[in-house]
Every structure is written in C-alpha cells, then in structure tokens.
Design a binder for this molecule. Structure first.
Ligand code: C5P
Length: 222
C-alpha cells in the first residue's frame, strides 16, 4: 500500500475471556496496528436489542452501523455479562452477521494510513473476515481461569455479579459460539494455538511477538 513501509494483518479468534483482547491491544500498540474488538459490535447490537426493543429492526441497525464510530464501542455498558450473552444469541443471526461484515473488512483491509496494518479479534476472524491474514492465532485458556479473569474484570467495573454467575454465562456463551451453524468459533489449521492458562499478560505478549518478529525478519520487514 502506498505510503506504508509495511502492511500486516493479524487475525485472532478466541472463546470469551481468554485474554485475546489484552493481547490484541498490546500487539496493536507495539506494531502500530489499527485494532478492532469485533465482539463490541455484536455487543452494541445486543445493547440496542435490550434497551431499544421497539427500534430493533434491520433498517435501524443498518443506519447505526453506518454511523458506527470506535468511540461508541468504548461504552462500559457494553461490558456486562447480560449484554455478552445476548450478543452470543444475536450473533447466530445470518442477517446481523452480514450487516457487520463490511465494517469489519474495511477496518482490516483499509485502516487509516498512519497504521502499519490491522489487528482484529473475535470468533470468525481467521477464516471469514481476514482469511489471508499474515498472522493467525487461536487464543484460549481453561474455563475456570477464564471465568475468574472475567469475574475480576467485572468486579473492577463495580458490577454486581457472583463468580458462579460468570462461570455459567461463559459456559453458555461457549456453547452458543462453538455450536452455532453460521460462523462458529473454531481453530483453523493455519492458526497458532496460544494457551494463556498459565501465562502472564507479559509472557503471552512476548511469546506472540517472538513468532511475529521471526517471520518479519525472514521476509525482510524488520
Ligand atoms: O468478544 P466478546 O466476548 O465481546 O463477544 C461477544 C459475543 O459476540 C461472542 O460471545 C460471540 O457470540 C459474538 N461474536 C461473534 N463473532 C465475532 C466476535 C464476537 O460471533 N467476530
């Protein structure tokens, strides 16, 4: 691409609360990549469904997605477990997935010029949104560790929730995400498995950085 020295695309898929977002943010900062947490888009739609039931139709959603800006995805209200579970239900809907598809592709392939590429995380990024990504990772961790991390996160946000509720909702979301017919969560053959169960945030970042740098050096990009 004109004006950029390098252009790299990183695709990350993962089940809920496995640490993919933290890793993706750290990588995006380090390599100066445009970052998109694609789950936030489904959460935003779920939030509309919960709070603006009457307006919840295709036309309204289309106009919201057209006007979508990244700042609106930062809304802390999108982080609740209720919104997450609703997101995993609406994410089964083929028409809704179609609506957000173009937005995600645009972020991945046409990020603002100041970035050296893009990094997206979600459930179908490695095989649907960026099938030709330069780097593909499947980030996971065992269920209880994921529930503990999410519980801590929600507590820090002052949300009233118990550990067992969080565990239950993550289990439910796993079931929805792995088993749905359309764009299910799965590890593609060409994705590198990163199990974060026993790794610190720093250790995860360094592990992935090593993999990326090795390829960038071989290709003469570093
Ligand atoms: O990543 P996060 O947990 O915020 O995602 C919320 C829900 O959105 C997921 O449980 C999943 O059902 C859905 N999702 C999806 N495809 C993506 C990202 C998220 O179906 N690319």
């Amino acid at each position: 691409m004109k004006g950029r020295k390098i252009f790299i695309k990183i695709a990350i898929d993962s089940p809920a609360a496995a640490g993919a977002g933290t890793i993706a943010k750290a990588l995006s900062k380090y390599y100066n990549l445009f970052y998109l947490d694609t789950g936030k888009i489904y959460r935003m739609i779920a939030f509309i469904k919960i709070n603006q039931k009457k307006k919840f139709n295709e036309k309204f959603l289309k106009s919201r997605i057209k006007k979508l800006n990244l700042k609106s995805l930062q809304n802390k209200k999108l982080l609740s477990d209720k919104v997450g579970t609703e997101a995993s239900l609406i994410a089964k809907n083929k028409n809704i997935r179609k609506l957000v598809h173009a937005f995600q592709i645009n972020c991945a392939y046409r990020p603002p010029k100041k970035f050296n590429g893009s990094c997206l995380d979600g459930r179908d990024i490695t095989y649907k949104i960026i099938p030709d990504a330069d780097f593909k990772f499947f980030v996971t961790a065992n269920l209880k560790i994921r529930a503990k991390r999410r519980f801590k996160e929600l507590k820090n946000l002052k949300k009233k929730v118990s550990y067992s509720e969080v565990l239950k909702s993550i289990k439910k979301r796993d079931k929805n995400d792995y088993n749905r017919r359309i764009s299910p969560l799965r590890k593609t053959k060409d994705s590198i498995l990163i199990n974060t169960t026993n790794l610190s945030k720093r250790a995860c970042f360094l592990k992935i950085k090593k993999i990326i740098d090795k390829k960038l050096i071989v290709n003469g990009n570093l």
